[in-house]
Design a protein around this ligand. Sequence first.
Ligand SMILES: [Zn+2]
Length: 265
Amino acid sequence: MDLDVRGPKIVGLKLVIEGFIYVRSKAGQNGKLHWACQRLRKGKCSARAGTVQSGENITIIKGPDESKHSHPAAPDEAKAEIIKLNLKRTAEEHPELPPTQIMRTQLAGMSAGVPSKLPERPNVNKALRKHRRREMPSNPQSLNEIETIPERFQKTMDREEFLIYDSHEDENFDQRFGRVIVFGTRRNLELLAKSDTWSIDGSFGFAPGIFTQIFTILGFVNKARRYENDAETIAFPFVFSLLFETALTAVTSGATEYGIRDCRP
Ligand SMILES: [Zn+2]
């Protein structure tokens, strides 16, 4: 993947045409925008540009041909501008992706000169996290704050259903057990059903604030074989649940009911 910097492309308050970067100076009437070369402020170049935008279409009414720059185009810098905007957008659209992964995807296949035009990586990461915190709701302080789980947290990155069960939506749920939220995909459940042995695990350390446990159900799956007779089974977590310790007694008694022995979380 490489970016097209011939443009015209408007990124935030900047305009890219043929590797030249302009900063918006003023907005006129009927979608007309006026731009000045971004080196203007340093007194180095007085090139200007004008565009008219209608929907997705940007028409150049004055470009580098009409208003000459005093310096060569800087395609790598132009690409960096576009990448910075893409990073921000991806962070907004995919709040679940770690910043490092977003960086990796956006920079994949870029020519070597581009990353050097971006701010230092840790800074970009920091900027992404800051931007994301603005977009993400803050962690709830009490259970009463959480009502129905927001739609976007009910699905995986591939938009697959991820929420299996929420006691908040279950009229028959015994309130003494507190809130129980269970996550997993359909495929996860299918694989778990195929596993002869299940493992259950409760970890306290990672549970977010108001819950006391992350309770996981692990099944056994065959690892991909690199060569024949290389059969290896590994335990894999398929179902995740946020709950309170009190709910674990329900897990134990439920297991007994189904004739599952040795279930002691
Ligand atoms: Zn210029």
